[in-house]
Write a protein of this length. Structure first.
Length: 148
């Protein structure tokens, strides 16, 4: 029983240590599982029960708290470079036609290759578009909807 408790305590310390070093929300969930296993070992539960408990608690923590934690930790994240273009407007400078594989827009004084969200849609030069995504080096755009 004492060896199992020490095993889980070491696992707990390792998981927490890795989390501190990486700060990537990668192992904190397993630290919670290891803590549950430490408690189970302290009460004399069989090792297989400790393992199952560790896995179940880790998965439950991961499933229920990760989305909240990711949202909380990324709320102040400033988008940089190309990803900051998503949500902005651009002007078509060269006809966009997905079937022909052509099209360019300008945004922020820079020209980008562009494609539409719909394959059958061709946008003429001078059109104003919304940038909805980035795929490789191409901006994915959609026709600007008139605001009502």
């Amino acid at each position: 029983m004492m060896n199992e408790t020490i095993f889980w305590l070491v696992a707990l310390v390792v998981f927490i240590g890795v989390e501190i070093v990486t700060m990537g929300l990668t192992t904190i969930w397993f630290a919670g599982g290891a803590l549950a296993a430490v408690i189970a070992a302290g009460f004399g539960a069989p090792f297989i029960v400790q393992i199952v408990l560790c896995l179940i608690v880790s998965v439950v923590f991961l499933y229920f708290t990760r989305p909240v934690a990711v949202r909380y930790f990324n709320k102040d994240r400033i988008r940089t470079n190309a990803e900051s273009l998503v949500g902005k407007q651009a002007i078509v400078v060269s006809e966009i036609n997905n079937l022909q594989g052509i099209g360019q827009v300008t945004v922020g004084g820079m020209e980008w290759m562009a494609r539409t969200t719909e394959d059958g849609l061709a946008l003429q030069a001078g059109s104003v578009v919304d940038i909805v995504a980035i795929n490789g080096v191409k901006l994915i755009v959609e026709e600007r909807k008139e605001e009502k």
